[in-house]
Design a protein around this ligand. Structure first.
Ligand SMILES: [Zn+2]
Length: 433
C-alpha cells in the first residue's frame, strides 16, 4: 500500500490546500490590497464645512488611507480622475423600507410573501445604492425580509447599501404597526405586536434574536394604516421605558415612529434615540428633544408625492384623507423644529414614494430653513452618528470605508445636485462608473 502522500489525488489536494493557504496569507496582508487614487476638482469636507480644491483621496482595499489637496499619487496606484466633479461622502438614509413599494400601501401588501419582499428589496437596494445612498437604516419590514437582504448584501450576493435593520416594528394590538387589513375571523396580527411590559421585553429580545440591529416601535398612530389616529399615542410610557431599557442593555438603539405631540414627548422621556416623522411636535416636544439630544428623522418629501400620486398607486380613501391632514402640519412643524435647533438626521420613508428618489428630501430640508450644508450633514456625519457607525462612514477621512459619491456641480449652491449623482463607490469598489 502506497503512502497517502504519494497518491496523485491526495498530493494535488495538498497542493491546492497549500495554494489556498498562501492566497489567504496574501489577502491578509493589507499591503497587497489594490491602491486607488481618486482625483476630483473639488471635495466637500462635510464635517469642517469647507470645499477642498485639487482633491486626492487614496484608498487601499475598502478603506480611505489619505485625503488632501494635491496629495502625491504613489507610482503603483490606479488613478480614477473625476475631472471637474465634486466628491462627497456616500449618503445615509436613516428611514427606508426597501422591501416594499408605493403600490403596497393598502391591500396589495397582503399578497406578498416574505421571500417576494426580500427580492423586491434586492431591486430597491440596487436602485438606492446607484442613487448615491451607500448606507441605510431600514425601520420595519415584515417576515425579517430586511435581515435576509442585509445579509445578502454583506455576503456580496446582491448590490446594495450597508444596512442597519429592525425586522418587524413593535406596536400595540390594532395600532399603526399591526395588521389592520383583515376581518376579525382571520385573526391577523403583525409580527411585532406586543402589549404590556413583559410582552414588549420579550419582543425586543425576539427581534434581536432574529437579527435586528435597531429596534423600531410605533409610539403613535400613523397615516398608512386603517382605524387609527396619527395624533393618538399608542404605547404607554411604561411600555416604552421597558423597550428602551431592554434594547439599550442589549446594545441596540430605538427608533420611534411618532406623529402626535403627546406620543413624541412620551417616547423622548422613555429615552428613544430618534423620533421618526414628528409631524405634530409642539414647543414642549421641541424643548425635550433638544435637552435629550433625540434625533428627528423628518421624512418630508413624501407628503406632496403621496397626495399627488394617490390615484396612481391605488391609495385607499381613508389613508389619503389622513395624508391630507398630516402633510401640511408636518411641514409647518418641521420648520419650527429646524428654527429651534432640534438635531436632524436625514430620512425619507422611501417605499411611500419610489426608491431611488431619496435625494429629493434635501430640497424639503432647505425649504424648511436648513442650509444646504446642514442638510448634507444630516445625511452624512449626523446620519452616521444616529446609525452608530460614525467610526466607519459619514465622512471622507483616513480609516473610514471608501464610500464616496461625485456630483457635477456645487451642492452647497444647488442641493438638487444630489438628485443627479454621477459616480458612486462603496467600500473601495466603483458601483456606478
Ligand atoms: Zn416608515
Amino acid at each position: 500500500m502506497k503512502p497517502a502522500a504519494t497518491n496523485p489525488v491526495s498530493s494535488s489536494i495538498l497542493r491546492a490546500g497549500a495554494a489556498a493557504l498562501l492566497l489567504w496569507c496574501a489577502s491578509a496582508q493589507p499591503a497587497e490590497a489594490p491602491l486607488l487614487a481618486i482625483k476630483a476638482a473639488h471635495l466637500l469636507d462635510v464635517r469642517k464645512g469647507v470645499t477642498i480644491d485639487h482633491a486626492v483621496v487614496l484608498v487601499q482595499g475598502a478603506r480611505i488611507t489619505a485625503v488632501g489637496s494635491g496629495l502625491a499619487v504613489p507610482a503603483d496606484a490606479t488613478v480614477i480622475d473625476l475631472g471637474e466633479q465634486t466628491l462627497l461622502p456616500g449618503l445615509i438614509d436613516a428611514h427606508t423600507h426597501l422591501t416594499v413599494n408605493p403600490e403596497d400601501s393598502g391591500y396589495g401588501v397582503v399578497a406578498l410573501s416574505g421571500p417576494r419582499m426580500a427580492l423586491t428589496g434586492a431591486r430597491n437596494a440596487r436602485v438606492t445604492l446607484l442613487a448615491g445612498f451607500t448606507a441605510v437604516r431600514n425601520v420595519d419590514a415584515a417576515f425579517y425580509a430586511d435581515v435576509a437582504l442585509r445579509d445578502a448584501i454583506d455576503a456580496g450576493d446582491v448590490p446594495g447599501p450597508r444596512m442597519r435593520v429592525s425586522g418587524p416594528a413593535l406596536g400595540i394590538t390594532g395600532g399603526h404597526c399591526d395588521d389592520t387589513l383583515h376581518a376579525p375571523e382571520y385573526h391577523a396580527t403583525a409580527g411585532g405586536v406586543a402589549d404590556g411590559v413583559p410582552a414588549v421585553m420579550h419582543k425586543v429580545r425576539e427581534v434581536i434574536k432574529y437579527g435586528a440591529d435597531v429596534v423600531k416601535i410605533c409610539a403613535t398612530g400613523g397615516v398608512l394604516s386603517f382605524g387609527d389616529d396619527p395624533q393618538a399615542s399608542q404605547y404607554s410610557l411604561d411600555e416604552m421605558k421597558a423597550i428602551v431599557a431592554e434594547a439599550h442593555r442589549l446594545g441596540r438603539k430605538v427608533a420611534a415612529h411618532a406623529h402626535g405631540g403627546d406620543g413624541i414627548k412620551l417616547a423622548v422621556l422613555a429615552g428613544v434615540d430618534s423620533i421618526e416623522h414628528g409631524s405634530f411636535i409642539d414647543d414642549e416636544g421641541i424643548r425635550l428633544m433638544k435637552e435629550h439630544h433625540t434625533w428627528l428623522v423628518p421624512t418630508q418629501y413624501l407628503h406632496g408625492w403621496l397626495v399627488d400620486n394617490a390615484v396612481a398607486i391605488g391609495l385607499p380613501a381613508p389613508l389619503l384623507a389622513k395624508a391630507r391632514v398630516v402633510g401640511p402640519q408636518a411641514r409647518r412643524n418641521f420648520a419650527r423644529a429646524v428654527a429651534a435647533g432640534v438635531p436632524v438626521a436625514f430620512g425619507t420613508d422611501a417605499a411611500v414614494y419610489p426608491h431611488g428618489l431619496n435625494a429629493r428630501e434635501f430640497t424639503s430640508y432647505v425649504q424648511a430653513g436648513m442650509t444646504p450644508l446642514a442638510a448634507i450633514r444630516s445625511a452624512t456625519v449626523d446620519g452616521a452618528q444616529l446609525l452608530g457607525w460614525d467610526d466607519r462612514i459619514g465622512a471622507i477621512e483616513p480609516g473610514k470605508f471608501a464610500d464616496l459619491i461625485a456630483v457635477a456641480g456645487d451642492p452647497l449652491r444647488d442641493v438638487t445636485e444630489l438628485e443627479r449623482v454621477r459616480w458612486v463607490m462603496k467600500g473601495g469598489a466603483v458601483v456606478r462608473p
